[in-house]
Design a protein around this ligand. Sequence first.
Ligand SMILES: Cc1cc2nc3c(=O)[nH]c(=O)nc-3n(C[C@H](O)[C@H](O)[C@H](O)COP(=O)(O)OP(=O)(O)OC[C@H]3O[C@@H](n4cnc5c(N)ncnc54)[C@H](O)[C@@H]3O)c2cc1C
Length: 434
Amino acid sequence: MTRRSLQAEIVIAGGGLAGTCAAISAARCGADVILIQDRPMLGGNTSSEVRVHATGADCSGGRPHAREGGIIEEMRLEEAVRNPQRSNSMWDIILEETVRREESIRLLLNTSVVSASLTSSGCIGAIGCARPWTEEELTVTGEIFIDCTGDGTLGAEAGADFRMGREGPDEHGEPHAEGPDDKTMGCSLMWIAEDTGSPVEFTPPSWARKFESDEDLPFRGHGEIRHGHWWIEWGGELDMIKDQDHIRQELLACLFGVWDHLKNHGDHGAENWALRWFGVLPAKRESRRLLGPHILTENDIMELREFPDAVAHGGWSIDTHPPKGIYSPERPSWHLHSDDVYGIPLRSLYSRNVPNLFMAGRCASCTHMAMGSTRVAATGAAMGQAVGVAAARCVDFLCLPEDLNEEDVASIQQQLLRDDHFIPNVRNEDPSVV
Ligand SMILES: Cc1cc2nc3c(=O)[nH]c(=O)nc-3n(C[C@H](O)[C@H](O)[C@H](O)COP(=O)(O)OP(=O)(O)OC[C@H]3O[C@@H](n4cnc5c(N)ncnc54)[C@H](O)[C@@H]3O)c2cc1C
């Protein structure tokens, strides 16, 4: 192993949509950024190796006024022009190109954040990274760190307060909280299938699960079989991090079991269809949530609570799934719809006890219930853009997130609005805007 040290003003762990947008946003504010991603491509759950599509506050068109602007829209528009065939690999490249266009971002792919060391004031001073494909071990120092790993790995290594599992109704007064326990939503594996035009046989592996009748898959409709089903979900009763091997194996057995059901058990119109691709890296819905000065709750969302420090918005339903996943006799998802979009405060996007740590995406400071809504990819991207600007302000002002005062927050909001971002109830005060 070669040991190397790198330094940047802002260091971001995790290159899903949240981390990607945070990096671009911080760089466009003039910051020197390192973006560290453990996979060979950007995009996280939306990348070609997982293939979940990005939706957001507009609820896939149900709330057209609520669609995110800013960096995620810029990349979606680019994709609409250059990738009408919707190739997932081309989406990866559009994300990477957008990052590489920013000269002040150093992108480290195939690099995992594995440790953090703290300064005497409890800030993160440096992080350790493993980069086996170049036989390197890196030490990366920075002023501000952003955790977009989805697992809150950087935060956990730094000793940040976090929560995993479901709160009880007494904790935050959430009427629909189902805990307290440590259960989460499960992971899924997706597939892509193709109509070959003539009958194709399918022999499942011997270890595939058996779903011999439709009653074995209650409430789980097949609809469009071109894409695999999000409800092939499992692992919510296990440890979402430490039990990943077991979760992957069981999900593969379920995926082949469902495909076997479609092909060989009943008429599902699948006679001519063949699997062209299937995932082997489980798509994670839920893991650690790092805790900030504010924990966004079901009530905040349902009451459309106004936050003076709102910096992003969400609008997807509170969409939670039974931890037993595919083996649950219940419906595979349960939805609670707010009347309109809601604001996400900056105080839910930085750690309450590690002073120079922001977070965005799946590991933002939310209850399990609120995360049921904020977890969708474009909402994570909007949070990422917001923390990118806030982190760059901290670098400019030589301050920590908790030092940002009302005036600073107003200036962050105005910068975000100038960059085509949307924040509920915050008006663009730029005099050149008519
Ligand atoms: C099956 C499924 C279906 C879904 N359907 C939808 C949908 O239809 N629409 C929608 O918008 N959302 C959907 N979601 C939710 C959405 O995909 C995710 O919540 C969203 O992608 C989260 O974005 P993120 O950037 O926070 O995290 P992720 O996309 O998980 O990205 C985090 C990235 O960080 C990397 N990473 C982790 N640890 C480290 C480390 N230590 N060092 C470096 N990098 C690290 C990971 O490899 C990953 O690439 C679905 C999720 C699942 C699982």
